[in-house]
Design a protein around this ligand. Structure first.
Ligand code: DX5
Ligand code: ZN
Length: 215
């Protein structure tokens, strides 16, 4: 079953509570929560305080995507703020990726690593047994509304084979430029979770859009 995770980055920031509570009515599976520090990426969004503020507005899992330096400093604060899933970038300043994954589990969340478009899939292979999820970026992180990078499809296929070979149940999440057409290609290549910002929040009918992304 494919899961759709609308990204609050494309919602009206002045109405994040309403946007969060609308998601389950629209048929979404997860809430994607993009955390940017103005350092790892050239943009700033929200911190654990905002995660805590939206938590009462939904029963759906909150999927925190950390686009920050020193991500391990933020694992506990986000778990305490009600996050269910936490992912961080292998390109960040975190030296001990494996330990950071163990910290996510010790804090009571599920999680995994994120790879930017230019980062080879091989960089997560020795971490797979600690990853409940690998997030492959299909745009360069920092902004919504960018165009899907087609090379991502090759990376999805490589990762899908590696997961199958190892007999793991690791989810493959894709983030950036997802629309009904790119969603189809990602699902066919082996993705299981699709993040969608602009496609959902700018749609005339977000519920129909989520249904069509699911395929
Ligand atoms: C980008 C974020 C994405 C973004 C996707 O750095 O990680 O989650 O919200 O937005 P769309 O779906 O509009 O490309
Ligand atoms: Zn994201």
């Amino acid at each position: 079953m494919i899961k759709i995770a609308p990204s609050l980055l494309s919602a009206d920031f002045a109405k994040l509570g309403e946007a969060t509570s609308a998601l389950s009515n629209w048929g979404a599976d997860w809430v994607h929560f993009d955390v940017m520090d103005g350092n790892f990426v050239p943009n700033i969004t929200f911190g654990p305080g905002m995660c805590k503020a939206i938590r009462p507005y939904t029963k759906l899992p909150i999927d925190v995507h950390l686009m920050v330096e020193h991500p391990s400093d933020w694992i506990k604060p986000f778990c305490d703020a009600g996050a269910d899933w936490i992912t961080f970038h292998v390109e960040s300043s975190e030296r001990h990726l494996h330990r950071a994954l163990q910290q996510i589990h010790a804090a009571g969340c599920k999680g995994g690593v994120v790879l930017c478009p230019a980062t080879p899939v091989e960089s997560c292979l020795h971490l797979l047994s600690e990853c409940d999820l690998v997030l492959l970026m299909s745009v360069n992180p920092g902004f919504g509304g960018q165009k899907f990078i087609p090379e991502t499809l090759t990376k999805i296929r490589t990762l899908r084979s590696a997961i199958l070979e190892r007999g793991l149940a690791t989810e493959i999440e894709i983030d950036g430029g997802i629309n009904p057409e790119t969603a189809r290609s990602c699902i066919d290549a082996g993705a299981t979770i699709l993040v969608a910002g602009n496609a959902v929040f700018r749609a005339d009918d977000p519920k129909a859009m989520i249904a069509s992304l699911r395929g």
